[in-house]
Ligand binder design. Structure first.
Ligand code: XMP
Length: 319
């Protein structure tokens, strides 16, 4: 019968067989569950013959880049390249407010940066992807916008352009089996049970045109919400919980001064697969604490609102 340890052993053996005794492989590490488990698993199979490329698009949550470095570079001692490409993404996004346009730009720049880095690795002849079984099914059946949504994940045409063989060690696994494999690989809970986070990152939670200052506001607010949700013991109960920065400013008052500042929306949902979702009835004292902290601690925000919409007809993200 299947145990997490036997899943790992089989997958490690399959990777070794496919790559052979001498070849090298590259992997795009995002910090999400799938690419993280694929990375540690392939590291066990290939050691230093695996290079992980972490494209930091500057659209990540607070502390995420450092956390990936600590976890995979220092703790697991993977061969890790942290590409700090935030400025390049911001430049490409300047003045762009259409959501699909933003996604396309981020996908394109990601591929450019990844490919540039991959070409610097001498002798890489395989590309590792953290494709799961449901992704395999999804790509052969019509699932509406999710096909588009996932498009940034595969490094569009790169395997052919660079003549890389594809290694997909998670291809036969479901999410819960991936997590179990991660546990068998001694990976920490904070990686394996992280809430889903979209590839385009904070860019699609910063409504309208993105700027460094707007990202700063959103990142600070989001860190407070996450901290309070965790403290309330709800982080793993919720499918997702995050902040959205609205593209309007509203009037407020601070001391004797009138303010004209940003609005943060709190979004928290229950879901099992992201296809449908119910807005989470967060405790009012939690909502109140988060609101007070965001308005007090985040410069530039004077109002917090709560999203009480379910999917459908709303979506989980606002863009
Ligand atoms: P929606 O907003 O469509 O989101 O209800 C459903 C799930 O998909 C995630 N999502 C994305 N993931 N790239 C991603 O990798 C994207 O462009 C994207 N858009 C939405 C969303 O966070 C939710 O879990």
């Amino acid at each position: 019968s299947w145990t997490p340890a036997s899943i790992v052993d089989q997958a490690v053996a399959a990777v070794q067989e496919k790559v052979g005794p001498d070849a090298r492989a590259v992997l795009g590490l995002s910090g999400g569950v799938d690419s993280s488990v694929a990375a540690v698993l392939c590291h066990r199979a290939l050691g230093d013959r695996l290079t992980c490329i972490f494209v930091d698009n500057g659209l990540l949550r607070e502390g995420e880049g450092e956390a990936v470095e600590r976890m995979f570079g220092e703790h697991f001692r993977l061969n890790l390249i942290h590409v700090k490409a935030g400025e390049r993404f911001l430049d490409a996004l300047a003045g762009v407010s259409d959501p699909e346009q933003k996604r396309k730009i981020i996908g394109r720049v990601f591929i450019e940066v990844f490919e540039e880095e991959a070409r610097k690795i001498p002798g890489a002849s395989f590309l590792v992807q953290g494709t799961l079984y449901p992704d395999v099914i999804e790509s052969v059946s019509f699932k509406g916008p999710s096909a588009v949504i996932k498009s940034h994940h595969n490094v569009g045409g790169l395997p052919e352009r660079m003549q890389l063989g594809l290694v997909e060690p998670l291809r036969e696994l479901f999410k819960d089996e991936v997590r179990a494999a991660g546990e068998a690989l001694a990976m920490p809970r904070e990686v394996l049970y992280r809430q889903p986070f979209p590839g385009p990152g904070l860019a699609v939670r910063c409504l309208g045109a993105v700027s460094a200052e707007k990202l700063r506001v959103l990142r600070e607010a989001d860190a407070i919400f996450e901290e309070e949700v965790r403290a309330a013991g709800l982080y793993e109960v919720l499918w997702q919980s995050f902040c959205v920065l609205l593209p309007v400013r509203t009037v407020g008052v601070m001391g004797d001064e009138r303010t004209y500042d940003e609005v943060i929306a709190l979004r928290a949902v229950h879901s099992t697969d992201g296809m449908t979702a119910d807005w989470a009835r967060l405790p009012y004292d939690l909502v109140g604490r988060v609101s007070a902290r965001i308005i007090n601690e985040v410069r530039g925000v004077n109002r917090v609102v709560l999203d009480v919409s379910s999917k459908p007809p709303s979506t989980i993200e606002w863009e």
